[in-house]
Design a protein around this ligand. Sequence first.
Ligand code: FE2
Length: 364
Amino acid sequence: MQVADVSSNFLGFDYAEFYVGSAAAWEYLHWKAFGFRPVAYSGPETGRKDSVSYVMQQGTMRLVLTASLSEDSEISRHVSRHGDGVKDVAMTVTDVDKVAKTLASNGAILVSHPKEEKDDSGYLRRAVIGGYGDTVHSLIDRSQYRGTFRPGYEPLHEDASPVGFVKIDHVVGNVEEGKMDHWVNYYSKSFGFKQLMSFDDKDISTEYSALRSKVVHDGKRRVVMPINEPAKGRKKSQIEEFLDYYRSPGVQHIAIRTENIIKAVSDMRSRGVVFLDTPDSYYEKLSERVGGIDEPIEELRKHRILVDRDDAGYMLQIFTKPVGDRPTFFYEIIERKGGESFGKGNFKALFESIEREQAKRGNL
Ligand code: FE2
């Protein structure tokens, strides 16, 4: 049977919703350190008795930070099992009824049929589809809605000092060993998503990074989702560690696009955001590896920003330390100068620079 391709109905990421222990603490962190503006709130004051949510925005990127007010709820059970983490990777779509129906008939897990949400600012329609682990995808058609976020939320009017975030670049999921292809097929078959590129065991980076990764997207790179699984490497895979602490597959990181990564990282560092460190030796071989770039190497070294080049150009990236208590979720900050990759070359470069340091100490 010929099934309809609805991939062109996907317009982009709508928001990412976190289930956390304290929404107020996460709001403060994202507001003061990451420069998001609190734009909407829902809780007892707005008629919602059992939970609170803050909506944060910077550029077109939206986060929803949700915590439970009761001891036994879906939210508190999620936080108890997984720690603070991403529950919902929501996507904006056109014609949610058609998309949900098509996805379900293509084998997607239908968590919730399309429902209307309505207030004085119009209405929106939302369906919920299952993803890896306990992660879900809200599909939202907001073409008939003029309000700030969703019915049930009140607008907030706070100032913020943005650091220059533009949008979500990609959202990465970690799944169990041997399950990557299952989930790539899931998004390909039911969402109609395309595979962007793949690298497998033979890939040179695997030996160092101990992970395999494939990328699915809507066809226009508006919704881009790499999916990782652990691979046998020299050391315990970082993906295995994530799975141990998150207790299931889930979102490993959200990459945030900026147009000036040096300024963004400098601003965040001055506000106390902590990033993964990079050995000095990484920068000694950088020009040799990536060729000419606009940014002074000294600036990149100062802020520990990484660079990777592909056929289309280059990209700059850096990773934060885990945001919550468990070694699970973190952010990536990314600036693309034509480069379309996800930083694969940096796995190897980083590992090699660590080995150079080891060799200097006579330990290799
Ligand atoms: Fe990434």
